[in-house]
Design a protein around this ligand. Structure first.
Ligand code: HEM
Length: 408
């Protein structure tokens, strides 16, 4: 029997649209369709906003198997199924997140030593210093925008310091990275943003090659030169862009949303303030609950595979629905409840398998430091007024907040 690809299935029946709507009253919850899919159609064909059809994989266990299966390629890079202009399937050299097998492993090997627990822990004091500086600045006034004045600059400064990227270019790179994680920009605008970022990082790589400094970019160059197949300037520039964008966007949005979740329940927050050593557990729960990679991860079947009992033909797309897996009742009892004491279990917020987030330890430290510091130093933190629905980034690859006016 030949297996229908989702494209063929849609010709016959017309597929349901990819679920994208968060319930108005519960902005932190993924589209309600997911609970139904998990129960009745865990591998289900859908039509994606990008125009292609895909199998939507909604159960925790199946998502893990999708993200570890070497027959499923990463060439769709994260959430390309959401872009209106879907035309960048061919990975640029150095676009590690889109590469498979040895091509991916070659670059991952170069980076992995930079992101060990020990190296990341060594950054904690510097993350604390940067965080305290921002709290000091906010405390000189009586109100602030927690996104602009806290959540965004902290991870941006940390990743700039780590990479060796001058922070004075932050307005431009933050603007370009916003374009890349949004769905609104047309192909030309996205390409221009990518070219600007790659040009900027490319120039920096050339400078660091001539004069290495004590920064990650310089160490990558030196380590790369010692390998049989050293990375080119273009590869290093693309890798640098990935680290710069991935290194601040997701964390910034997680900090802002987490602060909002904490402010929404003063009792829960008081309990956390009273037990500061549980901040690590609380952060894992917030990562699970918020699942900011809100539309999941795209994969492409290079061979026929079976996922959760469903046969998927070579040439099909699949979406591993991270927010759905993180609400799987079989793994997380009462999954729609925030339980800051929930024992940390295998959440999928950082993905799984060979592409699992390389910066996860840094993100954890930034979140722990940022949230613990807000709890300690700004106990009266509260929203200045109700947030308009437009404050939420419902239309970006990374769920988050555009701005969040606060008082204390
Ligand atoms: C809360 C913050 C973060 C979240 C939720 C997050 C999430 C993710 C996810 C889900 C993936 C897997 C993508 C895939 O399988 O296609 C990923 C990969 C990646 N992340 Fe993160 N990330 C965060 C922070 C960071 C930070 C701070 C950095 C850098 C310092 C970073 C750098 C990367 C890189 C380079 C990859 C690609 C890894 C590879 O392809 O092997 N991320 N991230």
């Amino acid at each position: 029997m030949t297996k229908p690809s989702p494209d063929q299935a849609s010709e016959a029946s017309g597929l349901p649209e990819f679920p994208v709507t968060r319930p108005d009253s519960r902005p932190f919850d993924p589209d309600e369709t997911y609970a139904r899919l998990r129960a009745h159609a865990p591998v289900s064909p859908v039509r994606c906003p990008a125009g292609m059809d895909a199998w939507l994989v909604s159960r925790h266990e199946d998502i893990r198997s999708v993200l570890t299966d070497p027959r499923l390629s990463s060439r769709g890079a994260g959430s390309m199924h959401m872009l209106p202009s879907y035309d960048r399937c061919d990975p640029a050299p150095g676009s590690m997140i889109q590469l498979d097998g040895e091509e991916h492993a070659r670059l991952r090997r170069l980076l992995i030593g930079e992101f060990t627990m020990r190296r990341m822990e060594a950054l904690r004091p510097s993350v604390q210093r940067i965080t305290d500086r921002h709290v000091d600045a906010m405390l000189t006034g009586s109100s602030a925008d927690l996104v602009r004045d806290f959540a965004l600059p902290i991870p941006s400064l940390v990743i700039c310091e780590l990479l060796g990227v001058p922070y004075d270019g932050h307005e431009s790179f933050q603007r370009d990275s916003e374009v890349l994680i949004g769905f609104e920009a047309d192909a030309a605008t996205r390409d221009a943003a990518t070219r600007r970022l790659e040009g900027y990082l490319g120039e920096l790589v050339v400078r660091r090659r001539a004069e290495p400094q004590d920064d990650l970019l310089s160490r990558l160059i030196v380590r790369g030169e010692a390998t049989e197949n050293p990375p080119t300037v273009a590869e290093l520039a693309t890798l640098g862009v990935l680290l710069l964008v991935a290194g601040h966007e997701s964390t910034a949005n997680m900090i802002a949303l987490s602060a909002l979740v904490l402010m929404a329940d003063q009792e829960r927050t008081a309990a956390l303030r009273a037990a500061p050593d549980t901040i690590g557990t609380a952060v894992e729960e917030l990562l699970r609950y918020l699942s900011v990679i809100q539309f999941g991860l795209l994969r492409y079947a290079t061979e026929d595979v079976t996922v959760g009992g469903t046969e998927v033909a070579a040439g099909s797309w699949l979406v591993a629905a991270i927010p759905s897996g993180n609400r799987g009742e079989e793994v997380f009892p009462a999954p729609d409840t925030v339980d800051l004491r929930r024992p940390p279990r295998a959440h999928l917020a950082f993905g799984f398998g060979p592409h699992q987030c390389i910066g996860q330890q840094l993100a954890r430290i930034e979140l722990q430091v940022a949230l613990a510091t807000l709890l300690r130093r700004m106990p009266g933190l509260r929203l200045a007024g109700p947030l308009a629905p437009s404050a939420f980034k419902h239309n970006d690859i990374v769920f988050g907040l555009r701005s969040m006016p606060v008082l204390w």
